[in-house]
Design a protein around this ligand. Sequence first.
Ligand SMILES: [Zn+2]
Length: 204
Amino acid sequence: MGSVKNLVGQQFGRLTPLKQKGWYRTKNGSRFAKWLCQCNCGNTVVVLSLRLVSGSVQSCGCLKQEMVGDSASQKAQLGLVSEKMAGIRCAEQGFEVYEPVCGMGKVDLRVDAGGGWRKVQVKSTRHYRFNRAVVGIRSKKYPPGVIDFFVIHEPNQKRFYVIPQADVPACDTLALTPHYDQYIEAWHLLKEPLPGEKRRRKAA
Ligand SMILES: [Zn+2]
């Protein structure tokens, strides 16, 4: 029987061990002390000493929950703001804009810039890699016909990339390298005929 290192009163993230509470025994006979811990949030939880000391557990679970909740709601909010701003930007240019009521679909906006209705999926950039914005695309979800354009909002630069669906490579995330500079504020592309579509001439 080895002696148990006393962890009472120490702080491990949000957890403070109150007392030793039993053992965890492995199949080969080793045993590890378990500790009843007080979490800062008020809950108590029993944690293996190993997990406390290594830092792999730092709360009763509330910490993880907060982080997940934060990022999920922030993501959703940022997405909505980008959609609204893209719609406003289109309207300012005199385009007709239709926003489908159900915000969960693959088409965020339908825009007619004079060349017919275009189905638009709005994305927003969330982080940077080598100084270039990176955007989650998951292009597999958007085959041709489902949408015509990705409009990518880069909030830090207050600008939009307008990229035809056909010009986005199959990828989960897209780094907006200098190659994509040609699409910055390229709203005029919405007027161009789509691949396979004849240019519609309006009577003068
Ligand atoms: Zn907690």
